[in-house]
Design a protein around this ligand. Structure first.
Ligand SMILES: Cc1cc2nc3c(=O)[nH]c(=O)nc-3n(C[C@H](O)[C@H](O)[C@H](O)COP(=O)(O)O)c2cc1C
Length: 187
């Protein structure tokens, strides 16, 4: 079919094609890309990230897990959405393998206006004053740099009743509906 048309991207999932007075919305054929950036000391965040990946991949998204110690700000040039999946250590710090990445973002202050992200944070409420500070610090920094969060920041509690893997599945299902609604609806 020939359209004497122009197309504008409103969301990476949807393309609106204006043809004279008619407007069509169609689902993109290319699945959404999602990068899960992991900060962890003892592997719990890795387990959560695997569960999140499973849920999102089932919606048709292309999902990759990246360890933060291999990253710098250039990761945000990738297409698609991002998930920060990080625990908290020390006195409310990000884990060791997230330190250089976090400090680099803070120092370089790249403009991240195009970035959309979610946060799955891990912590333990016995650390009352610094509960889930790792995820919180990333959330605040990304917001300062112009990025926009999708959905609520998850605060998993290692002293709670739900293990991180189960919490990750539940959170990822909700997040998928917000971040890739068409794919989730088609499930
Ligand atoms: C030495 C140590 C320090 C911790 N400090 C904090 C903290 O300040 N705030 C918090 O919410 N959780 C804290 N935690 C709890 C961890 O964030 C939590 O157990 C998490 O699930 C670990 O995830 P990981 O295995 O991916 O690192 C600490 C744990 C340890 C062992």
């Amino acid at each position: 079919m020939h359209y004497n048309a122009f197309s504008i991207e409103i969301d990476s999932n949807m393309q609106y094609i204006s043809s004279h007075s008619q407007v069509y919305a169609r689902e993109r054929r290319v699945p959404q890309q999602i990068s899960i950036l992991v900060g962890s000391m003892t592997g719990t965040a890795d387990l959560a990230a695997e569960e999140i990946k499973g849920v999102l991949a089932a919606t048709g998204a292309q999902v990759e897990i990246l360890q933060m110690d291999r990253l710098d700000a250039s990761v945000f040039a990738r297409p698609g959405r991002f998930i920060i999946c990080t625990s908290t250590y020390g006195q409310g710090d990000v884990p060791d393998n997230a330190r250089a990445f976090f400090d680099g973002l803070q120092r370089e202050r790249p403009g991240l206006g195009q970035v959309r992200y979610g946060v799955f944070g891990l912590g333990d409420s016995t650390y009352f004053d610094t509960f889930n500070n790792g995820g919180k610090q990333f959330d605040e920094l990304l917001t300062e740099l112009g990025a926009r969060r999708i959905g609520q920041r998850m605060e998993h509690n290692a002293s709670g009743d739900v293990v991180a893997e189960d919490a990750a599945v539940a959170w990822a299902k909700e997040w998928a509906e917000l971040a890739c609604p068409l794919a989730a609806a088609a499930e």
